[in-house]
Design a protein around this ligand. Structure first.
Ligand SMILES: *[C@@H]1O[C@H](CO)[C@@H](O)[C@H](O)[C@H]1NC(C)=O
Ligand SMILES: *[C@@H]1O[C@H](CO)[C@@H](O)[C@H](O)[C@H]1NC(C)=O
Ligand SMILES: *[C@@H]1O[C@H](CO)[C@@H](O)[C@H](O)[C@H]1NC(C)=O
Ligand SMILES: *[C@@H]1O[C@H](CO)[C@@H](O)[C@H](O)[C@H]1NC(C)=O
Ligand SMILES: *[C@@H]1O[C@H](CO)[C@@H](O)[C@H](O)[C@H]1NC(C)=O
Ligand SMILES: *[C@@H]1O[C@H](CO)[C@@H](O)[C@H](O)[C@H]1NC(C)=O
Length: 263
């Protein structure tokens, strides 16, 4: 009888060992994570094989005071939640349910930094294309450029990623996505505004306009000066000519005068 019991017990251990699985869980620093398997009656939750808390007849008992206010158990769902996650909370958690639904499940929890929403800047705008740069401050981020659902460019650890958009694609929908294994954040880019606004605001255009205006003003001044000079010169010449004509005429008169007097 005892031997049979032992055999049965051995089988149960074998089965539970065989069905023990490790589920990967990803958390974000500052966030919460709920372990997906419920315990309602009797069981334990442990971290790296050290018991953290237990359930005894549906009553939650904290065994490690360090987890007070951090590990919660919902008596309606039977689910454990770890709150205010830190990177140091990463590790193997195990739930051991001893009554009702009997199981042992382990979870490999990895806590990641939150992902930053990427920033997109216009690098340059030309008549037929536009270069945009998507960037984040933190490494360990994957950056992706999407045009509608198509990935156009990606990098797994760079802080920034460029994209060249051609004029014929200006009315497609573009977005830059920053992600780590736990989450992703997306910035939608309106190409029409990004590639035009910068040309109006931060680019070369106002300088170019100022340049044109200045050039125009200078040319106008030069034109006026040259014109004035020409007019002046022509006038002077004319004046001189008419003076000589007058003096010649006067001379003639003077010359003819004596003739008059002779006669
Ligand atoms: C995490 O859990 C705590 C306690 O249950 C709750 O106050 C908080 O709102 C939760 N935070 C998130 C991001 O779900
Ligand atoms: C609680 O945390 C402190 C400081 O991190 C540590 O020294 C101590 O061993 C922990 N206690 C338990 C029971 O794990
Ligand atoms: C993708 O990024 C690389 C640099 O990481 C860049 O040289 C290339 O031009 C980009 N491709 C497009 C389509 O913009
Ligand atoms: C972009 O819009 C124009 C009209 O505004 C249309 O003629 C053209 O086919 C569109 N291009 C794409 C790629 O959708
Ligand atoms: C980005 O996150 C959303 C949820 O916020 C998810 O639905 C989507 O699949 C994620 N995309 C990628 C590429 O991981
Ligand atoms: C982009 O912005 C322009 C001007 O603000 C607007 O007319 C256009 O509808 C926007 N396009 C998208 C795809 O949101």
């Amino acid at each position: 009888m005892e031997a049979q019991m032992r055999l049965i017990f051995f089988f149960i251990v074998m089965i539970s060992a065989a069905t023990e699985e490790i589920k990967n869980l990803k958390g974000i620093e500052g966030g919460n994570i709920t372990l997906p398997d419920p315990v309602l009656e009797l069981g334990f939750i442990s971290l790296e094989r050290k018991n953290v808390a237990m359930l005894d007849n549906g009553n939650f008992r904290m065994l490690n005071k360090n987890y007070t206010n951090k590990l919660h158990w919902d008596k309606n769902t039977g689910l454990f939640t770890i709150t205010r996650l830190q990177r140091s909370d990463s590790g193997i958690y195990t739930i051991d349910s001893k009554e009702g639904n009997i199981f042992t499940t382990s979870y490999k929890l990895t806590v990641y930094d939150p992902v930053q929403t990427p920033a997109v800047n216009t690098v340059s705008v030309s008549t037929d294309s536009c270069i945009l740069l998507c960037s984040v401050d933190k490494a360990e981020t994957t950056l992706l450029w999407y045009k509608d659902e198509e990935i156009l460019n990606q990098s797994s650890s760079a802080l920034s990623l460029p994209l060249t958009v051609h004029k014929q694609d200006f009315n497609s929908s573009y977005r830059c996505e920053a992600s780590n294994p736990a989450e992703n954040k997306t910035l939608h880019v309106n190409i029409t505004t990004s590639c035009r606004n910068n040309a109006d605001a931060g680019g070369h255009s106002p300088d170019t306009q100022r340049y044109y205006i200045l050039t125009g003003v200078i040319m106008a001044i030069v034109f006026v000066v040259v014109l004035a000079f020409l007019v002046h010169t022509v006038k002077k010449k004319f004046h001189k000519k008419s003076e000589t004509i007058t003096s010649q005429a006067q001379g003639r008169i003077r010359i003819s005068e004596p003739r008059h007097t002779i006669y």
